[in-house]
Design a protein around this ligand. Structure first.
Ligand code: CMP
Length: 155
């Protein structure tokens, strides 16, 4: 089996307001990824600014923080083999006009500033972002009956 990874997915305020949370999360469940953390949270500016710290100098930073703190969002921790790359691919390109049809942004979004979802882009960022959004005890270890049909057997 490929390396098991955990990654952060955010369904941003536009996804909650547009009532797309269930459809977005369902896609990842249907793909075979396991939900190991899930919560609705209204992020404050400190959390948003830390999450997007890499964009602090960008002209869109204030608008991005305003947007992400404007309404509740859903934070999820998804686990599976190569989960980081799988979730990024399923989200689609950051700019929705470049996102492939069939991806979440390619199917549901038209604006970069309201592109519905965020996902970690590397193992290092996944670890940092998960630590930012979840306490350790909020991420649950459990097995699923279906995993023998989803995950390759151990050697
Ligand atoms: P996300 O994957 O959450 O990571 C950074 C976010 O910044 C990105 O999705 C967009 O929502 C946002 N973003 C990137 N570029 C722009 C832009 N030019 N204008 C507004 N928002 C942007």
């Amino acid at each position: 089996m490929a390396e098991l990874q955990r990654t952060l997915l955010l369904v941003k305020p536009d996804g909650v307001q547009r009532q797309l949370v269930g459809r977005v999360i369902s896609r990842f469940e249907e793909r075979g990824l396991k939900i190991v953390g899930l919560k609705l949270i209204h992020a404050d500016r400190a959390l948003a600014e830390e999450h997007y710290a890499v964009h602090r100098e960008r002209p869109f930073f204030k608008g991005l923080v305003d947007f992400i703190t404007s309404s509740p969002l859903v934070a999820a921790c998804l686990e599976g083999p190569n989960a980081i790359a799988i979730v990024r691919a399923m989200n689609g390109a950051t700019r929705p006009h470049e996102a492939a049809p069939g991806s979440i942004r390619g199917d549901f979004a038209v604006e970069t500033a309201q592109n519905l979802v965020h996902a970690s882009d590397s193992p290092e960022n996944a670890a940092a972002e998960l630590a930012l959004w979840f306490r350790p005890e909020e991420l649950l270890d459990y097995s699923r009956e279906i995993d023998r049909w989803v995950l390759a057997p151990e050697d």
